[in-house]
Write a protein that binds this ligand. Structure first.
Ligand SMILES: Cc1cc2nc3c(=O)[nH]c(=O)nc-3n(C[C@H](O)[C@H](O)[C@H](O)COP(=O)(O)OP(=O)(O)OC[C@H]3O[C@@H](n4cnc5c(N)ncnc54)[C@H](O)[C@@H]3O)c2cc1C
Length: 437
């Protein structure tokens, strides 16, 4: 590849803070709130102009269940709190049995999940960050970490004011793609992602003829282009793309919009409209950290350094796992923690940890660890894990799988007892088999 040398230049320091969070997806929001509540100053840098990441600009407005399908609430702390924030305004389809946030429901009538309104969520997140005292800088793209050996002093950014630097004691990489950790030299795994584009449609004829409902959710239909991750796609000709290269992102965007336009051309009529288009490419798994430890997907296994229980939120009923602290930190880099869909979990673990409740959970872990490291003058590797566990437990996170849940859960899973799923938005899957494409 042809190269040129970039000119050396002085740049202004636009800000200094204790904890710098890169990326304002739900993981970044949780990291920022967790750090701020632990008494440190926090700045969050976001390249778009809204918080929520894939959950808002990527149209994934489905906060997957935080219960195991057997009537046990698995998540407390910010993973539960953020669900309430996402549906603070507009509609809210949390089943009645979970209102009041019980730990156990004898006969659940639905999963503890919610579908939320995207614009209302974006504005609620703005309000939430102001309430928590987090400074948010929109339209600010992080280009490079500033490294001094194994320590990150801050980051170089680009925004409308040009190039500048933000300095920090601790950094949380919540970019979804490990952009900061990777550029700092961390060991990462990269993979291609399937095309899976969600949009929402308004069909006046359908509303008149079929739904006749005053419930706004019943009148919104999700339209899904591309492939589903849970079916055999081997016969499909739809390509996969890297979300970590300029060409990969551009090819994905062009391809997914062509699928949407093809559909519109076939179904174009007065009374039918796409209401919105995603403004983030909808990549599921792109690049993740291979950290000090990998999450082990072993049902019920004990992790001494567990920082909370997690489930595969799409499973019903769901097996329960313990997630280790060392899966959010690098082997070498002292002060950049990972949060969200890029933590150290490979294979099925990656699939599990990309679900929204788990992204928020790891955001809380990383934000809290960063604040504790500052308070105690240690590196992320030097954080006292017992103190971290206690801190998280105090907010309602359950650190180790309780014996009762371990035993009951296995028995009931074998018996196949489960709570009904909540079907709140109809989805259409268009997988284009070879013969038709
Ligand atoms: C099609 C699809 C369907 C899904 N369905 C569901 C579902 O139904 N329920 C569910 O729970 N999960 C679902 N998921 C997964 C879930 O939506 C995501 O994994 C989760 O929202 C990721 O959150 P995050 O905060 O880790 O990352 P992201 O949401 O990706 O946030 C990263 C943020 O960082 C910002 N950023 C990136 N790079 C930079 C940079 N250099 N400088 C500054 N900012 C930067 C981005 O703009 C973004 O705001 C789905 C995902 C996809 C793609």
């Amino acid at each position: 590849m042809k190269t040129i040398t970039e000119e050396r230049r002085e740049i202004p320091v636009a800000g200094e803070t204790d904890v710098l969070v890169i990326g304002g997806g739900l993981a970044g929001v949780a990291a920022a709130v967790a750090a701020a509540r632990n008494g440190v100053s926090v700045t969050l840098l976001e390249k778009t102009i809204a918080l929520g990441g894939l959950a808002t600009l990527g149209h994934v407005c489905v906060y997957l269940p935080i219960d195991d399908g057997l009537g046990h609430r698995i998540y407390g702390g910010l993973a539960e709190e953020l669900m309430q924030v996402c549906c603070r305004y507009s509609y809210n389809d949390i089943p009645d049995c979970w209102k009041g946030s019980p730990w156990k429901v004898e006969a659940p009538t639905g999963r503890y999940q919610c579908t939320f309104n995207i614009p209302a969520c974006v504005m609620a997140l703005d309000e939430y960050m102001a309430e928590e005292g987090v400074k948010v800088m929109f339209d600010t793209s992080v280009c490079m970490p500033i490294m001094e050996g194994n320590r990150c002093k801050g980051v170089i950014v680009e925004n409308k004011s040009g190039r500048s630097a933000y300095l920090a004691k601790m950094v949380v990489d919540a970019s979804g793609d490990s952009d900061v950790l990777y550029r700092a030299g961390a060991d990462c795994e990269t993979q291609k992602s399937i095309v899976s584009t969600w949009t929402y449609e308004l069909d006046v004829d359908r509303i008149k003829n079929e739904t006749a409902s005053n419930d706004v959710l019943a009148n919104i239909r999700m339209r899904w282009f591309g492939l589903r991750p849970d079916v055999d796609n081997s016969k499909s000709e739809i390509p996969t793309f890297y979300g970590t290269t300029a060409d990969g992102v551009n090819d994905y965007v062009h391809f997914s919009r062509t699928l949407a336009l093809d559909y519109l051309k076939k179904h174009d009529r007065p009374g039918y409209a796409f209401m919105t288009m995603p403004t983030l490419p909808q990549f599921r798994m792109t690049r993740r950290l291979r950290g000090l430890k990998e999450m082990q997907v072993i049902e019920g296994a004990h992790e001494e350094h567990s920082v909370g229980m997690v489930i595969h939120c799409l499973e019903n009923p769901a097996a329960v796992y313990e997630f280790p602290y060392e899966a959010v930190i690098d082997k070498r880099i002292e002060n950049i923690a990972a949060a969200g869909r890029m933590v150290s979990a490979g294979g099925r673990g990656w699939e599990i940890m990309r679900c929204i409740p788990n992204c928020v959970f790891t955001g809380q872990v990383s934000g809290t660890a960063a604040a504790l490291a500052i308070r105690n003058g240690v590196t992320l590797q030097g954080v006292n894990v017992e103190a971290l566990q206690q801190n998280l437990a105090d907010t309602g996170v359950v650190i180790h799988i309780p014996e009762e849940l371990r035993e009951n859960s296995k028995k009931e899973r074998i018996m196949g007892r489960r709570a009904p799923g909540v079907a709140s938005i109809a989805t259409d899957s268009l997988s284009y088999p070879k013969t038709e494409h």
